[in-house]
Design a protein around this ligand. Structure first.
Ligand code: 5GP
Ligand code: ZN
Length: 114
């Protein structure tokens, strides 16, 4: 296994508060939540960032968005709204280099982001 924190979280080798799991995906609570709901969704397969996404991962990316929607709906966020985002590289503030999507909700968010 690549020496990667989110590979280890997805494999259960580093403890996390699991939110959802499929064969391909793992969702867990962010350790430093920035909103009442702050869940991270990762592919179990290691990919460094959105730059690694190819046509081969097209279906998987759709499944990530659907999982985010399911979690948001489960938490009653569909009316108030929520944000799904991924940070790519240093200007975006990416700090963990295993592709992950943030699901944020439960408070009003700013646009443009800081
Ligand atoms: P990025 O800045 O790369 O877009 O997001 C990384 C996110 O991972 C941050 O929101 C950070 O709080 C979260 N994070 C970093 N290490 C851990 C960890 O070990 N466990 C959990 N649950 N979240 C983590
Ligand atoms: Zn990884």
């Amino acid at each position: 296994m690549v020496d990667c924190i989110f590979c280890k979280v997805a494999a259960g080798l580093i403890p996390s508060q699991k939110v959802a799991e499929t064969e391909e995906l793992f969702a867990f609570e962010d350790i430093n939540p920035q909103a009442p709901t702050h869940v991270l969704i990762v592919p179990k397969k290691h990919m460094s960032s959105s730059l690694d996404i190819t046509a081969h991962e097209a279906e998987l990316m759709g499944k990530i968005i659907m999982m985010a929607n399911d979690i948001a709906i489960d938490r009653g966020l569909e009316k108030s709204g929520f944000r799904i985002l991924t940070n790519t590289g240093s200007h975006a503030g990416q700090s963990v280099f295993h592709l992950h999507f943030h699901l944020l909700g439960g408070r009003r968010m700013e646009w443009p982001p800081g």
